[in-house]
Design a protein around this ligand. Structure first.
Ligand code: AQP
Length: 337
């Protein structure tokens, strides 16, 4: 059975971009039946940006509740928190030792997130893609469903896996494949159609959170940037905002963009926004309601995550031991011949 791995940071609650770009596909793969799915709340990655104990804890619960509400079923998928499985950090170090710095220097996410003051950026932010490779390779996963923004990091994970195999003369790690699919692989900000919808955007009006109620969704869509052209069609170069909202509609409705272009060819932007709001509320309200129920029962979430971590450790620990053997680390208490 092929193994699938993906992760999400608890830097904030989940937004529509995370849902349409990634989590919806996680659920599909889980239900497909052909894969062993491993889904991780990557709190160690979040630590590169979030230095607030309370927020880290609350966000981790919120993301866990959101994933369950979206349809991740702990009986079918392994759902756990990254820091509960030490193999991620341990493998990270081994992989860091086979990753040339030049590869990391090319990572655009580091450049964007570190900004101009690169000298003061934490080492963790720079090493982030190596930890991401460790997350995937700790399970020898082959398929990684992600949004388009993670494409470059996934290519690096493949390079790192290849580098390890070459340096130690083994064929141990498979080269993981990104799975970037659907009508909304890169959901853009509601305030600026050229920027990605993101948890770290300071403006809450830029994104739809899975915790937003119907009134808040309606307000955000009403205020979303628009243009004064009649009719809605897909042209990201010239009409980024209209194109983004159309792609969101297509993804939520599970209908092709081309079909919707024909339907909305003469529709006023304001009327299109009303239709989008109705659809979004219809699709997201049940998730939000379930999420609140899960959030009200933290002991249940603790149990789910503890069981998930146990299952994850059972897969990752023997893989890490094999890696340690390959690089020649002594096993404690075992005499090498
Ligand atoms: N705007 C997006 N459109 C489509 N997919 C997206 N993803 C994120 N934003 C979009 C996908 O969601 C998964 C989890 O993302 P993440 O939490 O690991 O971090 P990220 O990609 O850095 O997302 P954010 O929201 O921008 O977080 P911050 O602001 O904390 O960095 C990934 O599969 C991602 O591709």
């Amino acid at each position: 059975m092929q193994r699938v791995f993906s992760g999400i940071q608890p830097t904030h609650g989940i937004h529509l971009g995370n849902y349409l770009g990634a989590i919806r596909h996680w659920v599909r793969l889980q239900e497909d039946g052909r894969y062993e799915c491993i889904y991780c709340i990557v709190d160690q990655h979040a630590l590169t940006a979030l230095h607030d104990r309370r927020a880290m804890t609350d966000n981790t619960y919120e993301v866990a509740a959101a994933l369950l509400a979206c349809g991740i079923d702990p009986a079918k998928s392994v759902l756990f928190v990254q820091s509960h499985v030490p193999a991620h950090a341990q493998l990270h170090w081994v992989l860091a030792c086979v990753t040339p710095i030049g590869w990391l220097n090319r990572m655009t996410q580091f450049k964007e997130k570190a900004g101009r003051d690169r000298e003061r950026a934490p080492l963790g932010l720079y090493a982030y893609p190596v930890l991401q490779a460790a997350d995937i390779l700790a399970y020898r996963a082959v398929l990684v469903p992600v949004g388009e923004d993670q494409k470059q990091h996934l290519e690096l994970s493949r390079d790192i896996a290849g580098s390890f195999n070459r340096k130690f003369g083994v064929d141990f790690f498979p080269l993981p494949e990104p799975l970037i699919t659907g009508e909304a692989t890169r959901v853009m900000s509601l305030r600026d159609g050229r920027r990605k919808m993101s948890k770290s955007d300071p403006s809450d009006m830029s994104r739809i959170n899975l915790t937003d109620d119907a009134d808040r969704i309606a307000l955000k869509i009403r205020r979303a940037k628009s243009d004064s052209i009649r009719g809605i069609w897909y042209d990201p170069e010239n009409r980024p905002e209209a194109s983004n909202l159309l792609a969101i509609y297509a993804a939520l409705a599970e209908r092709p963009v081309a079909e919707l272009e024909a339907e909305f060819r003469d529709t006023l932007f304001a009327d299109f926004k009303t239709r989008l709001t109705e659809l979004m509320v219809e699709k997201l309200a049940p998730i939000t309601r379930r999420m609140r129920e899960y959030l009200a029962d933290r002991p249940h979430l603790d149990r789910v995550l503890a069981e998930g971590a146990e299952r994850a450790r059972a897969i990752a620990t023997p893989i890490l031991e094999e890696v340690y053997d390959i690089v020649g680390f002594l096993r404690p208490g075992r005499r090498e011949t």
